[in-house]
Design a binder for this molecule. Sequence first.
Ligand code: SN0
Length: 315
Amino acid sequence: MRNFISVKDIPNLRQALDVAFSVKQTPFGYQHLGHNKTMVLVFFNSSLRTRLSTQKAAMNLGMNTMVMNVNEDGWKLESELGVIMDGDKPEHLKEAIPVIGSYCDIIGVRSFAKFQDRETDYSEKILNQFIKYAGVPIVSMEASTRHPLQSFADLLTIEEYKTQKKPKVVLTWAPHPFVLPQAVPNSFVEWMREANYDLVVTHPKGYELAPEFMGDVKVEYNQKKAFEGADFIYAKNWSSYTNYGQILSKDFSWTVDGEKMALTNNAKFMHCLPVRRNVIVTDSVIDGENSIVIPQAANRLVAAQAVLKMILEDI
Ligand code: SN0
């Protein structure tokens, strides 16, 4: 594997899951792969899990890591092509990216949607410049439209906790005070489709995800109906795609609570974190015995290590 941007970069998902389970069992078994290799993690946005799990994954594989928080530690970087650079950004991505690439063997990059323009966000302008100019493999640590490391960890977690071959997985929108990206739900849908689970997406009208991600996945606008018989409830807020970047609802009747969880097939509760308690999900659900958010987050390390292992084996 060269770059890791979406599920489509994985040649064989079943084999990738096997790689993940093997690195989970033997985290220090592949240290020779990363010997004398360096990964640079570039963050344009905040992070807790992604930053620590990717760094730890690289270290488990014997790599060195360097972390750069672009907006805080470095020069502000210009990403527009052909602009007169007389503003607040002293350096262009066209120089910064190959320079970073010259110091390392793999680059991880996080660059969220900016919500100024849907087309710009969905064209993955920054991520694609990294792919074009880095000269080394690129791992997406959440871009404008996808968060593949998260989805890989989600898939691993479902594989570990499922009790039937094709579980019913429900992705539910939940309220949030601020504008959040569609990257996590887009990616989740993409991976769940690839895994061929019984996927249902539920959200208020106006929160339809991009058709290129949804395909023919079922949307059920009645949240309680969607929850019936579910084996996994995956909660997430996102802003509107159709009314791009708008908050159309803050309806707390969409918060995941015990009453709704009681409609499910004793479903496990999942969320990518960070989660706003008693907005997205009630304390009693996230603290309850069916909540698997912590093992889910722990699998971020496993997913990242599997991805880095597959890339290291190819460079
Ligand atoms: C990010 C998102 O894409 O929704 C990262 C999730 C892994 N989440 C947030 O930015 C949450 C911030 C907040 O204010 O709750």
